[in-house]
Design a protein around this ligand. Structure first.
Ligand code: NAD
Length: 472
C-alpha cells in the first residue's frame, strides 16, 4: 500500500525570521511557564506521541537520507527518543526537586542557617545537530532541555534534508510553538542563530565546526556543551577472544555504515595474531553479508558524494593493503566494510577520522607500543575499546584517557540511552543522557536562608569586630 504521507522538499528557514524565532523562545521563557513540572511533563508526553505518530515518516526520511535500515532506525533513532522521553517523565520530579545541604558540606558553625540547591532551567538554548543520527542527536538533547524547563531552537543538519523537514513539522505541529522552533539550513542559518544570545549552546558535530561555535560563543560568554568526534583506538592482545573481537569490531563498522562518532578508527593488535584476526574478520563478514555487503538490505550508505569522496581518498592514498572489503560504488554511495593492514602510523587511515565503514589494522610488538601510538595520534579520543585480559584492559584504562570506553566490545558505553555520554579534552566538553541530560541544561543554584530570630546569636559578624566572642 502507498504511504499516506509525503516528505516535503527541503527548504531553508528565511534568515529574516530567525531573530523573531529566538526572541519568541526567550519571551516564553520569561513568562516562567516552563518552570512548572506539569508543563514540562505535557511537552515530554507530546514529544513521545509525536515520535510514535511520525514513526513512518521518520523511517522513510532515514531511508531517503542515509539508506538506514528500519532495524537501526527504530532502535537508535525513533525508539531511542521515545525511551528518553519516558525516562525523563519517570524521573523528572526527583531530578527537579531541591536538595537540602547539610553536614559535612555545611559546618556546624552555620547550622542555624538553611542551605539548599535549587535546580533552575538555564533559559533559552540552541541545539545544533549532525547528520549521522539526525533524529536521535537532535531530539535526545531536546528531551533534556524540556525536562530542565528550557525553551529551545533546534538546527538539524542540512545534509539529511528529509529528516530535517520531518523533524521540523513534528516539533512545530506537536510541541508548544512559543517555546520550541526548528531552523533549517546550513552555514548562513547557523551564523544567524549564533548572532543571537543563548543561555547555552548544545553542539554535536565535528571538532572543526565545534571550534567555530565555541569561539563565537566565547564572545558573549555563552556556555557550550560540545559533543565532538575523535580518532578512536581499539587494542587487541594475545589474551583476547579473537573471534569475538573480530566480530564485534566489524559490527561497529557496519552500524550506520561506520558513520558513528564512537566506532574504532584503527586497531592496534599484537603482530603474532594479525593473520588469525583477519581470518576471523572475513568469517564474520560472510556471516553478516552472505551475498556481499552491497546486496544487503541492512547496510546504510554514505550520506553524500562529498563524504563518499573523503572516505574514498583515504583508501586511494593509503600505503596499506586491503585485507577485507574494498568495493565502492559512487552511483549508490556504497562503500563496503573495509579493513586495511597499514605499515605506518603516519598513514591517513591512522591519522584521520574515517567516519565511514573503513578501519586500519596496525601490528604492534607490545601493549606499551600500542599505548604510545594511540596517545601520539589522539591523546583524548571520544572512545576506546580494549580486548585483552582483565589486567591488560585495566592498564589501557589507566594509561590512556577517552570520553568513554568499552571493554571486550565496541561502543556500548554509548549505546544505553540513560547512561552519561560525552567526550574529554578536544573530543567534547560536557555530557548528557539520562540524568546528565537534565543536568546539562540546569543551573544548580545554592540558596542560603538565615532565620531572623538568630541575629542575636550571630552578632559577632557585625563591626566592631571582637575576637573574644568568635567561636569557629
Ligand atoms: P559538522 O560539524 O560538519 O556539522 C554539524 C552541524 O554544524 C550541522 O548542523 C551543520 O549545519 C553545522 N555547521 C557546519 N559547518 C558550519 C560552520 N562553518 N559554521 C556553523 N555551523 C556549521 O558535523 P557532521 O559532518 O554533521 O557530523 C560528523 C562529525 O560529528 C564527526 O566528526 C563525528 O565524530 C561528530 N559526531 C560526534 C558525536 C558525539 O556525540 N560526540 C555524534 C555524532 C557525530
Amino acid at each position: 500500500m502507498a504511504a499516506q504521507f509525503t516528505i516535503p522538499e527541503f527548504e531553508n528557514t528565511s534568515l529574516d525570521i530567525i531573530p523573531a524565532l529566538a526572541s519568541n523562545a526567550r519571551g516564553t521563557f520569561r513568562t516562567h511557564k516552563t518552570k512548572s513540572l506539569q508543563w514540562r511533563l505535557v511537552q515530554l508526553r507530546k514529544l513521545y506521541w509525536a515520535m510514535e505518530d511520525y514513526k513512518e515518516q521518520l523511517l522513510a526520511a532515514l531511508v531517503k537520507d542515509l539508506h538506514k535500515s528500519n532495524f537501526e532506525s527504530i532502535i537508535a533513532e525513533v525508539d531511542w527518543v521515545k525511551k528518553d522521553c519516558l525516562f525523563m517523565i519517570d524521573n523528572l520530579e526527583d531530578f527537579a526537586k531541591d536538595e537540602k545541604l547539610g553536614a559535612p558540606a555545611v559546618p556546624a558553625s552555620f547550622s542555624l542557617m538553611k542551605f539548599r540547591t535549587r535546580k533552575e532551567p538555564l533559559g533559552t538554548v540552541l541545539i545544533i545537530g549532525p547528520y549521522n543520527y539526525p533524529v536521535q542527536l537532535l531530539l535526545a538533547p531536546l528531551v533534556g532541555a524540556i525536562g530542565a524547563g528550557c525553551t529551545a531552537v533546534l538546527k538539524p543538519s542540512e545534509m539529511t534534508p528529509a529528516c530535517a523537514m520531518v523533524v521540523r513539522e513534528l516539533i512545530e505541529k506537536r510541541l508548544d510553538p512559543n517555546a520550541f522552533a526548528v531552523v533549517n539550513g546550513g552555514i548562513p542559518e547557523t551564523n544567524a542563530l549564533m548572532a543571537e544570545k543563548w543561555d547555552k549552546i548544545f553542539f554535536t558535530g565535528s571538532a572543526q565546526v565545534g571550534t567555530i561555535i565555541a569561539k563565537k560563543a566565547a564572545e558573549t560568554l555563552t556556555p557550550v556543551c560540545l559533543e565532538l568526534g575523535g580518532k578512536n583506538p581499539a587494542f587487541v592482545t594475545k589474551n583476547a577472544n579473537l573471534a569475538l573481537a573480530a566480530r564485534r569490531l566489524l559490527w561497529g563498522k557496519t552500524q550506520n555504515a561506520g558513520q558513528v562518532c564512537m566506532s574504532q578508527n584503527y586497531v592496534l593488535i599484537d603482530k603474532d595474531i594479525v593473520p588469525t584476526f583477519i581470518e576471523f574478520l572475513k568469517e564474520s563478514y560472510k556471516d553478516m553479508f552472505p551475498n556481499g555487503a552491497k546486496a544487503s538490505p541492512d547496510l546504510a550508505r554514505i550520506v553524500n558524494p562529498r563524504h563518499f569522496h573523503r572516505i574514498k581518498k583515504m583508501l586511494d592514498e593509503t600505503k596499506g593493503k586491503i585485507v577485507m572489503g574494498g568495493q565502492l560504488d559512487e552511483s549508490e554511495l556504497f562503500i563496503e566494510p573495509t579493513a586495511v593492514l597499514v605499515n605506518s602510523v603516519g598513514d591517513a587511515m591512522m591519522q584521520e577520522e574515517s567516519f565511514g565503514p573503513i578501519f586500519a589494522i596496525y601490528p604492534v610488538h607490545s601493549l606499551d607500543q600500542a599505548l604510545n601510538i594511540a596517545a601520539s595520534i589522539h591523546r583524548t579520543p571520544l572512545s576506546l575499546f580494549s580486548f585483552g585480559s582483565k589486567a591488560e584492559n585495566n592498564r589501557v584504562l589507566n594509561e590512556m584517557t577517552s570520553g568513554g570506553a568499552t571493554l571486550n566490545d565496541t561502543f556500548f558505553h554509548g549505546s544505553v540511552n540513560s547512561v552519561p555520554f560525552g567526550g574529554v579534552g578536544d573530543s567534547g566538553w560536557g555530557a548528557y543522557r539520562g540524568k546528565a541530560s537534565f543536568d546539562v541544561f540546569t543551573h544548580f543554584r545554592t540558596v542560603a536562608e538565615t532565620p531572623s530570630w538568630a541575629d542575636g546569636l550571630i552578632r559577632v559578624r557585625y563591626m566592631p569586630y571582637d575576637w573574644s566572642r568568635l567561636r569557629l
